[in-house]
Write a protein that binds this ligand. Structure first.
Ligand SMILES: Nc1ncnc2c1ncn2[C@@H]1O[C@H](COP(=O)(O)OP(=O)(O)OP(=O)(O)O)[C@@H](O)[C@H]1O
Length: 249
């Protein structure tokens, strides 16, 4: 069974001010898509829509029968509160709370799963470390371990490699490749165009509206990238609500 996530003329707004206009297209099941665009293009907003967070949504998003529990989400590192008194293990275990329930005990099999996830991201031995003492790269590895434990069908990554060094990026790209190989759908907001060309077969290029969505070589052309740059810089941040007559590209 294939269950794409389909956008049909979707406009996403904050307080009726559109951040993404009239988006139509689909994420095929098992696809590996980069979302690319300049600052303020609407990339994180799109991730929030996929996470069904509170936003104005016009048009239709068809999740193809997937429930919110089928989605795993890695927010931008800067958005994560690191001051909580939590250990690396606590963070990884949280990946499964939806399935095990908040107060049920954690069995031996699950403890093995956590250990295996930490090993996969190179964080064995860090189980008892407080997250406040981790480097940015170690924190990101820990959050990837949480996603491994979460075992979601769709994995959303918002700028997973910002402020992450090359070696860690390589390791985490390997984990993303593994998820893709397992048939999961991976959607990642990325800024490094070379990295997208090397590792992501599909790209959605947005600049408040869709500039291109499809195979990466066809979408990431110099022309499209120039259009994307010019579109967002020309955008009026205090523009009013979007009218239906604007409903084409
Ligand atoms: N909570 C919010 N309330 C109001 N406007 C918002 C909110 N979050 C984002 N916006 C606006 O929506 C637009 C798109 O923002 P978004 O964060 O989706 O862009 P982005 O492509 O992820 O940018 P960046 O690359 O800088 O992270 C911007 O104009 C931003 O100011």
């Amino acid at each position: 069974m294939t269950t794409p996530i389909t956008f049909d003329n979707v406009t996403l707004s904050y307080d009726r001010r559109p951040a993404v206009h009239h988006l139509s297209g689909r994420f095929a099941q098992g696809s590996k898509t980069a979302i690319v665009g300049p600052n303020g293009a609407g990339k994180s907003t799109l991730m929030k829509a996929l996470m069904r967070q509170r936003l104005g949504v016009e048009g239709r998003i068809d999740f193809g029968g997937l429930s919110p529990n089928d989605f795993g989400y890695l927010p931008q590192l800067a958005e994560i509160e690191r001051g909580f008194p939590m250990t690396v293990s606590d963070v990884v275990v949280m990946g499964a709370w939806r399935r095990i329930g908040a107060f049920r005990s954690i069995g031996k099999g699950f403890a093995q799963k956590v250990a295996a996830a930490l090993e996969a991201v190179g964080m064995s031995g860090f189980e008892s470390r407080m997250i406040s003492s981790l480097s940015g790269g170690q924190m990101q590895r820990t959050l990837f371990a949480r996603l491994i434990v979460q075992d979601a069908q769709v994995i959303l990554l918002d700028e997973p490699f910002t402020a992450i060094d090359e070696a860690t990026t390589r390791d985490l790209l390997d984990i993303i490749a593994r998820w893709h190989g397992e048939g999961r759908t991976v959607i990642a907001v990325l800024h490094d165009i070379q990295q997208v060309r090397a590792a992501f077969p599909e790209t959605l290029l947005i600049a408040r509206r869709m500039i291109g969505w499809g195979s990466t070589p066809q979408v990431l052309t110099e022309d499209n990238l120039r259009i994307a740059r010019n579109t967002t810089t020309a955008w009026m941040p205090d523009a009013g609500p979007c009218e239906p007559k604007d409903a084409t590209r």
